[in-house]
Design a protein around this ligand. Structure first.
Ligand SMILES: C[S@@+](CC[C@H](N)C(=O)[O-])C[C@H]1O[C@@H](n2cnc3c(N)ncnc32)[C@H](O)[C@@H]1O
Length: 197
C-alpha cells in the first residue's frame, strides 16, 4: 500500500478545515496523500502545546512539515525564522498555500529527505518534529539522531511519539547524544525535549 508521503498517483481532493490554537483561528488546506488530512493531529497539537513559546526565537526547523501546521501556528506567536522540509511535494505545495491563507510570511518551505537539502553549516535553535513512523525506523532515527548536526550548542530538539510506536526505545537509542526528557504524557503520546550532551 502506498504511504501517505508517496502520493504521485493519488487523485487530488483538496479540503479545507479550521482549527483553533490559543484562541486564534487557523485555516488549512489539505489533500489526499498527506498526513492528517481532516484535522490538526492530536499528537501535533500536544507537541505545540508543550513548546516554550516565550523562550523561542532564532532559527527554527519544522522537520517533516506536512502541509505546514507546526511552522504556521508557531509563526503567529513567536518572532523567528523558519525552515520547513518534507519529502512530500503535495504537502509542500499545500504548505505554501496555507502560509498565504493564514497571512504568515517568514517560512521557507523546501523539499528535503531529512536534512539532506539543508546547508551542512546551518544550525537551529529548535528542531521540531512529529516524525513519520510509517516511513520506518531508519528515517525516524535519521531525523532524531541527525538533529545533532543542525542544532546550536544550546539548541533543542522537540518531538512527539506514541508510547506504542516505541517512544521509550527511541529515548534510549538517542540518549548517547542527547539528554532526553519526557515533558508530557497524554493518551499514549509522549512529548520529548532533548538537548545535546
Ligand atoms: C507524522 S507527519 C507530520 C506532518 C506535520 N508536521 C504535522 O504534524 O501534521 C510526518 C511527515 O514527515 C514526512 N516525511 C516522511 N519521510 C520523510 C523524510 N525522509 N524526510 C522528510 N520528511 C519526511 C511525511 O511526508 C509527513 O509529512
Amino acid at each position: 500500500m502506498a504511504q501517505y508521503f508517496e502520493n504521485a498517483n493519488l487523485p487530488s481532493n483538496i479540503v479545507e478545515f479550521e482549527t483553533y490554537f490559543l484562541n486564534t483561528k487557523f485555516t488549512f488546506k489539505s489533500d489526499n496523500g498527506v498526513f492528517s488530512k481532516e484535522k490538526l493531529d492530536f499528537g501535533t497539537r500536544l507537541l505545540l502545546e508543550n513548546l516554550p513559546f516565550k523562550d523561542m526565537n532564532g532559527d527554527i526547523l519544522d522537520l517533516g512539515c506536512g502541509y505546514g501546521v507546526v511552522s504556521i501556528i508557531l509563526s503567529k506567536f513567536i518572532d523567528a525564522k523558519f525552515d520547513a522540509v518534507d519529502v512530500n511535494k503535495r504537502a509542500l505545495h499545500l504548505a505554501e498555500m496555507n502560509m498565504k491563507l493564514n497571512k504568515v510570511t517568514d517560512i521557507n518551505y523546501f523539499e528535503s529527505n531529512c536534512y539532506d537539502a539543508i546547508d551542512e553549516n546551518k544550525k537551529y535553535s529548535y528542531i521540531i518534529t512529529n516524525p513519520p513512523i510509517r516511513a520506518g525506523k531508519e528515517v525516524v532515527y535519521k531525523m532524531l539522531r541527525g538533529a545533532k548536526d543542525h542544532l546550536k550548542d544550546d539548541g533543542f530538539l522537540y518531538f512527539v511519539m506514541r508510547k506504542d510506536h516505541g517512544a521509550k526505545t527511541a529515548i534510549r537509542d538517542i540518549s548517547d547524544i542527547y539528554n532526553a526528557e519526557v515533558i508530557c504524557k497524554e493518551k499514549g503520546f509522549f512529548v520529548i525535549k532533548c538537548f545535546l550532551r
